[in-house]
Design a protein around this ligand. Structure first.
Ligand code: GLY
Ligand code: MN
Length: 462
């Protein structure tokens, strides 16, 4: 955890912002893997709980009185029997003191406190739950049907949390730099280890091992595949051959749970074919130009559309797209090749605060989500502000099922040269991704550089 003053200040700001009622911040519990006593080895605390309380233990909850400023941490101390199996641990009171909280109580005392507040008609602000245990607890305590908990969550609390967590403090940026240093080590090991004859799973295991060896874990399940056109592909069963284009999208999470999220694409054996190099350079150029365009006050949707326009230009030069490209991008024709958004906020979550609702995180009162295929998947569209950290991750993919459907529907025939696209049916996909911080007057790419220029990749891999 960070210094206790950081958590105290965050909670005080939260109280100011919410201003009334009680704020309930539920931590996570251990999750059973295949039976109750065999839990997932890696405990992951809830990110908003971590932001305000910094404690990594299972089974905690924080209650903040937004009128008096009173803070109580609920949880249970270990019994002697627990100590026999798990060894001695700090008491709840000791842990609480470490994050500036002086009042603690057994977990069972939370329910009566909430009941008292409810009968006094006080507001109980809670965040949208995503784990079933927390859904059941909220349902029991507040009497809200499980399926309605998401929409009954407190918008005032969501907005307050988003406004704080969106602006990363220097201690958070330093932690993200650490995540990216480990992430760089993972990517370099994969690049060096990607030899013909190896199975993708061997490389995924190396990457995961490096993340774990630094005391943290992965920030999301590893995507490492020669089928890079399948966007969230978690299959690692293919045997590598020279010339396969391997897409690796993975990152480490630090012990304090800050995430890195990096993608690199390179050919097994180290030599890009002409066709691979042409597509790769279109994506890389779009990525570097997008990063260059990032700064405070710029709408990220405009950068997304600029990247789409930019890649369409490259695809037109290759004969894959045609016609008026401004019109093509306005209508969404580029999404055949680039069907996802340019990036998302990142911090304590790899898709930061996605549990709180993307409309509050990536959109604003004046920037609304598009319903057009492709741009609809953009998670961050609003104006960038100093302290925002987000990904820049354009890609070009050849998705046979999508190509076939659009072609059969004669979709965007004015902009897409389907005969030329056929020659790329088995190409796979290319994505290049870095993590960027908005500063007072521009931006900074976080983390150590990881090779991405064609010549750098070729010399490292071969
Ligand atoms: N790294 C996976 C994603 O951004 O969705
Ligand atoms: Mn990403």
């Amino acid at each position: 955890m960070f210094d206790k003053n950081i958590y105290q200040k965050r909670r005080e700001e939260l109280v100011q912002k919410v201003g009334n009622g009680l704020i309930l911040l539920l931590g996570n519990d251990d999750v059973a893997y295949n039976y109750k006593g065999n839990t997932y080895a890696h405990f992951r605390q809830d990110s908003s709980f971590l932001y305000y309380f910094g404690l990594q233990q299972a089974g905690l909850a924080g209650l903040i009185d937004a009128e008096s400023g009173d803070v109580t941490l609920f949880g249970n101390d270990l019994t002697l029997e627990d100590v026999v199996w798990m060894g001695p641990h700090p008491t709840l009171a000791e842990r609480a003191a470490g994050v500036g909280v002086t009042k603690t109580a057994p977990f069972a005392q939370l329910a009566p406190q909430l009941a008292k507040a409810k009968s006094a008609s006080r507001s109980i602000h809670f965040l949208p739950p995503y784990r079933y245990r927390n859904m059941l607890l909220l349902h029991q305590w507040l009497g809200i049907p499980v399926e309605e908990l998401g929409k009954k969550a407190s918008v005032a609390l969501i907005k307050a949390v988003v406004s704080q967590r969106s602006h990363k403090g220097p201690e958070e940026v330093a932690e993200m730099e650490k995540a990216l240093a480990v992430t760089a080590e993972m990517h370099l090991a994969v690049m060096k280890g990607a030899k013909a004859g190896r199975v993708e799973a061997e490389l995924a295991g190396i990457a995961e091992g490096i993340a774990a060896s630094h005391g943290g874990y992965l920030s999301y399940p590893i995507i490492l595949s020669i089928n890079g056109h399948i966007l969230h592909n978690h299959d690692h069963s293919n045997v590598l051959k020279n010339g396969d284009l391997l897409l690796g999208d993975f990152g480490a999470e630090t012990e304090r749970c800050y995430a890195g999220d990096i993608t690199r694409t390179f050919p097994v054996g180290g030599k890009f074919s002409q066709k691979q190099k042409e597509i790769y350079e279109i994506v890389l150029h779009a990525e570097m130009l997008a990063i260059k365009s990032c700064g405070p006050g710029i709408r990220y949707r405009d950068i997304h559309l600029q990247a789409a326009r930019n890649m369409s230009e490259g695809l037109k030069q290759l004969g894959l797209m045609k016609g008026d490209l401004d019109e093509a991008v306005a209508q969404g024709a580029h999404a055949l090749f680039f069907p996802h958004g340019l990036g998302h906020m990142i911090g304590l979550d790899v898709h930061d605060m996605e549990d709180l609702g993307e409309q509050y995180v990536g959109y604003s009162d004046s920037v609304h989500r598009s319903d057009q295929f492709g741009t609809a998947y953009l998670r961050l569209a609003r104006e960038l502000e100093p302290g925002f950290v987000f990904t820049v991750e354009p890609g070009i993919y050849f998705i046979p099922e999508l190509i076939d459907q659009w072609r059969a529907e004669k979709k965007f025939e004015a902009f897409i040269n389907y005969d030329a696209v056929e020659a790329y049916r088995h190409f796979g996909g290319v994505r290049v991704e870095d993590n960027v911080l908005i500063t007072k007057d521009g931006h900074r790419v976080l983390g150590p550089p990881i090779p991405k220029l064609v010549q750098d990749l070729e010399s490292l891999i071969s």
